[in-house]
Write a protein that binds this ligand. Structure first.
Ligand SMILES: Nc1ncnc2c1ncn2[C@@H]1O[C@H](COP(=O)(O)OP(=O)(O)OP(=O)(O)O)[C@@H](O)[C@H]1O
Length: 331
């Protein structure tokens, strides 16, 4: 439904996005996650036909966005960071107005407006002036204006920014309910937002997509599979050798033994993707006559991945190389 290939955008001499490539299939909710200034808004403005790309192409439902910007706008509902609302109009009056300018024909308008009011939980506010609404309800009106012409694609730029925690939950649920057949891209710099609402997440950093996958897969794909922290009694070198021989162990680190009893040591074991040899680690230690006093398992979370990708230059470069080599292999 959405195909983005090698998009770049330069403002003057400043490169805002570089070689952004991704696809979104019909019915998917893709989260566009990145810190402030990463290039989310720029990408969304190109996709919606409001901004030309410097290089690359973007297609929505088969239409190249820049060459067919009017046709593309009919396929898209767009909620910019600041919703375009007329405060002196009532909610219903405003939605009728938007339906008209988006080309919904007169006969269909009452049905479309009623559907948008209902989807966004706005029926009771239909006669209220927009300026009298809370920020959360204003945001719902912003989403209602994006969907009033029943577009197959919805693009939401930071839809929960500035809302209180209750409003955030309501807007997230609303977005999930809009899914189904519709294809949705939402941008955010808030991690839980993508885990809770999206099927897939694209992490964007300094204008580049540095990872794209399901929230769960990202946790395991980019770092090793599982990690264990172990407190062992006995000779530390024997413990190290014993653990290193267990199948699946990829990396072993001896941690500081500060605060531990004299014969104790702490080790951190990282295992290969797709392996989880917890039982074998315990059995091997006991078989070597070592004492096992603590064993804690942890999985890399989306937060670990996001921090790793957006704070460590080396990790980003490694990921970019990995992406380049997988593209080479695919070519
Ligand atoms: N009109 C513009 N002229 C010059 N530079 C711009 C313009 N718009 C954005 N930029 C720069 O391009 C980069 C990407 O900005 P963009 O707004 O796309 O990021 P973002 O991820 O949406 O961030 P935010 O969440 O802060 O809006 C930033 O460095 C920004 O300063």
């Amino acid at each position: 439904m959405i195909e983005v290939e090698h998009l770049s955008k330069t403002y003057g001499t400043h490169r805002a996005i570089t070689d952004v490539t991704f696809r979104v299939e019909q019915g998917e909710i893709l989260g566009f996650l990145g810190p402030n200034g990463a290039g989310k808004t720029t990408t969304m403005r190109i996709l919606t036909g409001y901004l030309p790309a410097t290089e690359g192409t973007a297609r929505i439902a088969g239409w190249e966005v820049h060459e067919n910007s009017m046709a593309v706008r009919r396929q898209i509902g767009y909620l910019p960071e600041t919703p375009p609302l007329y405060p002196e109009m009532t909610v219903e009056g405003f939605l009728h107005f938007v339906a008209r300018i988006k080309g919904v024909n007169g006969g269909d308008r009452p049905t479309r407006v009623a559907a948008a009011l209902s989807s966004c939980g706005l029926q009771e506010k239909r006669d209220v002036l927009i300026r009298k609404l809370s920020k959360g309800f204003k945001q719902r009106v912003g989403i209602a204006q994006a969907i009033v012409h029943d577009p197959p694609v919805i693009i939401l730029d930071e839809p929960t920014v500035g809302l209180d925690p209750r409003q955030i939950i309501e807007v997230r649920n609303l977005i999930k309910n809009l899914g189904g057949d519709r294809t949705i891209i939402l941008s955010t710099h808030i991690l839980p937002e993508v885990s809770m609402t999206c099927n897939r997440v694209a992490i964007i950093h300094r204008g580049r997509v540095v990872a794209i996958d399901s929230p769960d897969h990202l946790g395991s794909q980019l770092t090793a599979g599982t990690a264990y922290e172990l407190e062992v009694a006995g000779d530390v070198l024997l413990a190290q050798q014993t653990l290193e021989q267990v199948a699946g162990v990829e990396r072993l680190e001896i941690l500081s033994s500060e605060g531990l009893a004299a014969d104790r040591c702490k080790l951190h074991v990282t295992t290969a993707v797709g392996t989880d040899p917890g039982r074998e680690l315990a059995v091997a230690l006991v078989a070597a006559n070592l004492g096992l006093y603590e064993m804690r398992r942890s999985q890399a979370t989306l937060e670990d991945v996001f921090l790793q990708l957006t704070t460590e230059e080396t990790a980003i470069n490694a990921t970019l190389e990995k992406f380049d080599s997988s593209e080479d292999a695919a070519a």
